[in-house]
Write a protein that binds this ligand. Structure first.
Ligand SMILES: Cc1cc2nc3c(=O)[nH]c(=O)nc-3n(C[C@H](O)[C@H](O)[C@H](O)COP(=O)(O)OP(=O)(O)OC[C@H]3O[C@@H](n4cnc5c(N)ncnc54)[C@H](O)[C@@H]3O)c2cc1C
Ligand SMILES: NC(=O)C1=CN([C@@H]2O[C@H](COP(=O)(O)OP(=O)(O)OC[C@H]3O[C@@H](n4cnc5c(N)ncnc54)[C@H](OP(=O)(O)O)[C@@H]3O)[C@@H](O)[C@H]2O)C=CC1
Ligand SMILES: CC(C)=CCC[C@@H](C)[C@H]1CC[C@@]2(C)C3=C(CC[C@]12C)[C@@]1(C)CC[C@H](O)C(C)(C)[C@@H]1CC3
Length: 427
């Protein structure tokens, strides 16, 4: 079994060919069920999207501690897959802000698991991609929101200076609420730290969410020239700052999209719906993307970042690079640090056309996957994974997952997670 959500509706690169072979279970569950401000918990169904949830919560003065920024990402996808954002250096991944999951298992029974009740199930759901049961609802923590974020930009011009400042901001004892960086070259980066506030300086307010405003990453790049700066951005605009340009992928689809005239007259049409692009994309475009684009998020320990930037420069040479620190909790399950306590990791996001000569998708992605395993890191599974099953099992800890599959009689009910996400099985 798998969910009946069509592959073209999802925010991953894959079309979900496995869905054709499996029995599809329709789960039209798309409601925000309850906002309990005394417990600071929101109860939601799996098809609730980030755009919908952040608008609902913000209207009441609340927000999720971690808001993955593309509007169409769903709670179900973020729990059964994963989610990360610029506040993750404090709160961890999306799974770490979840308090309970209500699931329907292969025998039809419904269970609610938390870290104290059915902990094995609770810890094995994230990253299992719906191969242990179907999610019916989840309870997620919420925190009070403010109207603006005070965002400070610091350009750096050497790799060493950048690593020093980025490491400091990611690990300091009194951290800023949001930390992110964009690397525009091996030694040209802009570090951004931000905090929520209700007292913006009116002269420094920038409503970056307006449709005629420049794409956010282009705006950030200007600070390499202008030097350090600060702004006040409406919170909702901040959360969805990379939505309008799909990070920097829209430049390949609409190359003139950031042109001033285009923005003023047609900017309100942007971004195209990812699901519409997926639904209408032909086989040729799909192949072109597969062969000429490298879209991957590698989650590696922060102390490997300097080396990783060098390796990525030599292997694919793609800029900008999205850098987002996150605290990986030492919880049981498929993804945890190699040490016994939590460890600071960084999500290294590469979304673009490799500028190296002779790039070969399968060969070079495999190289990056091997490097990621060597550092003790993980690949985000919305992207194409070319690993073999053994390599996959080396990257993701299968101990608890295998135990739960055995215990819950999953083998005849759900495919193995590798058979859902592995690229080889889709060829
Ligand atoms: C993407 C998406 C996200 C959603 N998210 C949420 C969410 O977060 N929370 C939530 O609560 N819901 C959510 N919904 C569901 C939505 O709230 C319901 O579809 C709601 O019923 C839509 O209201 P409407 O005003 O568009 O009504 P309609 O769709 O026009 O009507 C809803 C029903 O009421 C009937 N009806 C309308 N008027 C009358 C009348 N005068 N007398 C008798 N019957 C009448 C209609 O025949 C129909 O059966 C979502 C839906 C979608 C598609
Ligand atoms: N900032 C970020 O963190 C970003 C994250 N992403 C990635 O995008 C993906 C989310 O995209 P989205 O379109 O929302 O999700 P998808 O529909 O792609 O779902 C992802 C996985 O979760 C499973 N799943 C979804 N809902 C349920 C459910 N109710 N019960 C059981 N399993 C379920 C799906 O199973 P099935 O195949 O059976 O439907 C699928 O394997 C995540 O993997 C995330 O990592 C992408 C961009 C940014
Ligand atoms: C962890 C983080 C921040 C991840 C961000 C990932 C985005 C850059 C990804 C998510 C979905 C994504 C893979 C997508 C695409 C680009 C990169 C996206 C937006 C596009 C639009 C590229 C063009 C393709 O033809 C197609 C339409 C299939 C995909 C759809 C998904």
């Amino acid at each position: 079994m798998c969910t009946g959500r069509p592959g073209w509706l999802t925010m991953s690169l894959r079309l979900g060919q496995y869905k054709k072979k499996l029995h599809q279970i329709y789960l039209p569950l798309m409601d925000v069920l309850d906002i309990d401000t005394s417990r600071q918990i929101v109860r939601v169904e799996p098809l609730v999207t980030m755009g919908q949830l952040s608008a609902t919560l913000l209207s009441q003065g609340w927000t999720l501690p971690v808001v993955p920024e593309l509007d169409d990402l769903t709670v179900g996808g973020l729990i059964n897959g994963t989610g990360v954002e610029t506040s993750s250096h404090i709160y961890g991944l999306f799974q770490h802000i979840c308090v309970s999951y209500e699931l329907i298992l292969s025998d039809g029974s419904v269970v609610t698991c938390t870290k104290d009740n059915e902990p094995d199930l609770f810890y094995s759901v994230p990253w299992a991609h719906g191969t242990l049961g179907f999610l019916l609802s989840a309870e997620i923590r919420i925190i009070p929101a403010k109207k603006f974020v005070h965002l400070q930009y610091t350009p750096t011009y050497t790799l060493d200076d950048f690593i020093k400042k980025f490491t400091y901001e990611s690990t300091r004892k009194d951290p800023h609420q949001f930390v992110e960086a964009l690397a525009f070259g091996p030694d040209r980066s802009v570090l951004m730290v931000a905090d929520m506030t209700d007292q913006p300086d009116p002269k420094k307010i920038n409503k970056i969410g307006h449709y005629y405003k420049p794409w956010f990453y282009k705006h950030v790049e200007t600070f390499l020239r202008k030097g350090p700066s600060e702004e006040y951005i409406p919170l909702q605009d901040y959360f969805h700052r990379h939505t309008r340009s799909l990070f920097w992928q829209l430049q390949y689809i609409i190359p003139f999209g950031n042109n001033q005239l285009f923005r003023y007259f047609l900017g309100w049409l942007m971004p195209p719906k990812v699901s519409l692009l997926k639904l209408t994309q032909g086989e040729t475009i799909r192949k072109l993307y597969e062969e000429h684009q490298f879209i991957q998020d590698l989650m590696i320990p922060l102390n490997s970042l300097k080396e990783a930037i060098g390796v990525l420069h030599d292997t694919v040479k793609i800029y900008p690079i999205w850098l987002c620190p996150f605290l990986l909790h030492a919880d049981p399950g498929m993804v945890h640090p190699q040490q016994d306590s939590g460890q600071m990791y960084v999500d290294v996001g590469l979304y673009g056309e490799p500028q190296v000569m002779g790039y070969q998708a399968a060969r070079d992605t495999r190289k990056m996957e091997a490097y990621c395993r060597k550092t003790g890191g993980f690949q985000m599974l919305y992207a194409d994974s070319y690993m073999t099953k053994d390599e996959f099992c080396e990257m993701f800890d299968h101990q608890l997952y295998d135990k739960m599959r055995e215990q819950l009689n999953c083998k005849s009910a759900f495919p193995h997670v590798y058979d859902k996400v592995g690229r080889k099985t889709l060829l």
